[in-house]
Design a protein around this ligand. Sequence first.
Ligand SMILES: [Zn+2]
Ligand SMILES: [Zn+2]
Length: 314
Amino acid sequence: MPPPSAPRPAAAETVALGAGRRTAYLMVLVVLPGVLLALAVPAAWGWGVGPRDAVIAAVMYLVCIFGIAIGYHRLFTHRAFKCRRPLRIALLLAGGLAVEGPVGLWAAEHRRHHKYADREGDPHSPWRYGDGGVALVRGMLHAQAGWFYTARQRSNRAHWVPDLLADPDVRRFDAAYPAVVALSFLLPFAAGGLWSLSWEGAWSALFWGGLVRYAVVHHVTWSVNSVAHTFGRRPFRSRDRSSNVRWVAFLTLGEGWHNWHHVEPTCARHGVLKGQLDPSARLIRWFELAGWAYAVRWPDPARLAAARAGPDRH
Ligand SMILES: [Zn+2]
Ligand SMILES: [Zn+2]
């Protein structure tokens, strides 16, 4: 027994991932979204997407992407603001609907990404295999989705997210995660059925607002890991190759302004330069004005100026 004053040994950063779990990741995170996206093309070509399905899919998309950006990422992973409990729970649920895993696991992988960004130990750097040609294409596929299957180690929650493991709301949410996944598909199914008063409407809303939306949301989220660590501008000095990509920022509702985010991960605003629209930061601001969010970490102009790279990197 160590003396009581001795520091407790730190939990390992990663834990081994069993073959069963890796195969499940392969199906749910790599194969199935690809198949669904491939199916969506002939479906859209042959029958089109009616206005009802388009509205349901768009609402689900916005809820999921805001849930990931504001909830999973800025609130729970980086503590960029605090908020009242009903909003916290709503943000947890919205993030969970994106089917990207329980928040504890998501945050653990992402905190490890920040610590080792684009270096040995980063779970999903596009630069893993080398700097150009085939190696970079391979790296981008790895960063986009390949790492879910190829990684033999998973970030250990006990090491990376002890704060979330100690949070009763997070614990309850993570335990109920399978039900949240079911809800992610039941909601569009029910919305389509009730709106059209038909089973046919329910099934087609499940396809567009449930299955296709889940595949699109996944690949949009992951484009931050691949594209916004490869292409685009780097106006700030960061230790990694995080970058700003306008179309990724548009699709992810602000997350594609990734360069500043790596300089100051706890900042609630990612798009900090002129013309960088960040709808997620705007929504956090509205929550703050409504009194639901507080202690928001807005960017500090002095820090911004100090972190700017030379004019040649604009
Ligand atoms: Zn990153
Ligand atoms: Zn982050």
